[in-house]
Design a protein around this ligand. Structure first.
Ligand SMILES: *[C@@H]1O[C@H](CO)[C@@H](O)[C@H](O)[C@H]1NC(C)=O
Ligand SMILES: *[C@@H]1O[C@H](CO)[C@@H](O)[C@H](O)[C@H]1NC(C)=O
Length: 164
């Protein structure tokens, strides 16, 4: 818990000090992209995220909302999701919410090597559980587990330690 908080603070600090240099859609933002761990190896999500400003997972429906997600490279869904990692759109198309940006992330690793990415924006938080899978990449929306806290699972070969 303490470690998570420290990591989050470090990430926030990095974000604020580097903010001026974060720009367009093709900029690799490493914070939600690669991770090194002395025990388990590395994780590299740069082949999961798409570079062209279009999310790898687009408009995945869960209950009353669509969710879009792209690790590593920001995308936009106008009017309200500009250069984001995760966007939520109401089914009726009238409300857009930013659920995460690629530059404000913490990695949480359990003792047995399970990884969760934690994206935080001012009023929302989204966890992306990484699930090692050899099938085609898939995003599952588990839902809103607390008010404005969202739970997603990314299935990918690249979610395996040393998988990509
Ligand atoms: C669209 O859906 C959102 C979320 O479900 C709701 O808050 C809003 O009132 C709806 N707007 C319209 C025009 O139906
Ligand atoms: C997120 O969803 C998964 C799959 O349903 C579940 O196992 C996990 O406990 C959930 N995490 C939280 C924090 O709710």
């Amino acid at each position: 818990m303490m470690l998570t908080i420290v990591l989050l603070l470090l990430c926030l600090q990095t974000h604020f000090t580097e903010h001026a240099s974060i720009n367009g859609a093709n900029t690799l933002t490493k914070l939600d992209c690669t991770y090194q761990d002395a025990r388990f190896g590395h994780i590299d999500l740069s082949k999961v995220g798409l570079k062209g400003g279009i999310p790898a997972f687009r408009h995945v429906l869960k209950d009353a909302y669509f969710y879009s997600y792209n690790p590593c490279y920001p995308f936009s869904e106008e009017p309200s999701c500009t250069n984001v990692a995760i966007c939520q759109i109401s089914k009726n198309g009238s409300a857009y919410y930013v659920l995460g940006v690629n530059s404000i992330v913490s990695w949480s690793i359990t003792f047995d090597g399970k990884v969760t990415l934690v994206y935080s924006v001012v009023d929302r938080q989204t966890i992306v559980n990484l699930a090692c899978s050899t099938e085609v990449d898939q995003l599952v929306i588990n839902g809103e587990y607390e008010l404005r806290h969202y739970n997603l699972t990314l299935y990918s070969k690249c979610a395996c330690w040393n998988g990509c």
